[in-house]
Design a protein around this ligand. Structure first.
Ligand SMILES: NC(=O)c1ccc[n+]([C@@H]2O[C@H](COP(=O)([O-])OP(=O)(O)OC[C@H]3O[C@@H](n4cnc5c(N)ncnc54)[C@H](OP(=O)(O)O)[C@@H]3O)[C@@H](O)[C@H]2O)c1
Length: 263
């Protein structure tokens, strides 16, 4: 997406963790490519640090911390984002929302008979209900946009192997990720005719983040061997590719795995 004059397009990213994973890598890359970035996550401190880091490198970023991933919290965050970055028709600081990335996830990994109704409710709340609201708020803004480079906007949902295949210990998580995948496919079909591009990714392997580094502590060269784990920066490059895709050849679903992944 080319930036015209000082009017940068806006990207909203929900799910930034402690800024070592896919959400943060995508925010950094989109900023380098001319986007203002609105960052949504629960950790106010790490969100502020990431926004400051992006600003220090000449970008424009604002943190929008939320107390939890719920429809209400996401709608409140979008209201705050619209106040900070009004649409171009309403103010000189206007930024058209062009990219929305739902990267947040709630994972419960338990044997089925240990799963509680609360586990199910919380997992579906984050992965499905909140994703619905995130998509609704994004699409409402995209629909106000002119078509630029063939689209009004792009939404990307970060999926996982569990979006395609359930497994032992993933009865709840797989239900949430399957639901989000179904949502994304329905949106891709409904809003393609409005030139809104909806994409879903299957991240089929472990991503190198602080969290997965701690699980793999001691595993021989897991961290340094790019054959066996995904790099958040490489996923971010794939997301930028999706954002820039020409409308005559849009991807709905993209699967990404490291070279030596068994699948
Ligand atoms: N890591 C993997 O190996 C892997 C593999 C396949 C798919 N995925 C998918 O990738 C997305 C996450 O990207 P990422 O793994 O690269 O990490 P990330 O960008 O750092 O995002 C982590 C996400 O997980 C949330 N989260 C929930 N519990 C957490 C905890 N205890 N510690 C840290 N974060 C927690 C974070 O919430 P806040 O934003 O509120 O902090 C954030 O939304 C998810 O959709 C996930 O299903 C990950």
């Amino acid at each position: 997406m080319a930036t015209s004059g000082i009017l940068r397009p806006l990207a909203v990213i929900a799910g930034v963790g402690n800024a070592t994973g896919t959400g943060a890598a995508t925010a950094r890359l989109l900023s380098k490519h001319g986007y203002s970035v609105a960052l949504i996550a629960r950790g106010a401190g790490s969100l502020r640090d990431l926004a400051d880091e992006i600003k220090d490198t000449g970008g424009e970023a604002e943190p929008f911390p939320i107390p939890e991933y719920s429809p209400e919290a996401i709608s409140d965050a979008f209201s705050a984002i619209r106040n900070k970055f009004p649409s171009p028709s309403t103010g000189v600081n206007g930024r058209p929302l062009r990219v929305a990335i739902f990267n947040a996830a709630q994972g419960v990994f338990k044997p089925f008979l240990d799963v509680t109704p609360q586990d199910v409710r919380e997992t579906l709340e984050v992965n499905v209900t909140t994703a619905f609201t995130f998509a609704r708020e994004s699409i409402l803004d995209f629909k106000k946009n002119d078509i630029a480079d063939g689209k009004r906007g792009t939404i990307i949902f970060t999926g996982a192997t569990a979006a395609l295949r359930g497994n032992v210990m993933t009865s709840v998580f797989a239900a949430g990720k399957h639901g989000q995948r179904a949502l994304s496919q329905s949106l891709a079909k409904e809003f393609g005719k409005d030139n809104i591009h909806v994409a879903h990714t299957i991240i089929d392997g472990q991503i190198l983040t602080d969290r997965t580094r701690s699980y793999n502590d001691g595993a021989s060269n897991w961290e340094t061997n790019a054959d066996v784990r995904l790099s958040p920066e490489s996923i971010a490059s794939a997301y930028l590719y999706l954002v820039n895709q020409d409308r005559s050849a849009w991807t709905w679903e993209l699967d990404l795995r490291p070279a030596h992944e068994k699948w």
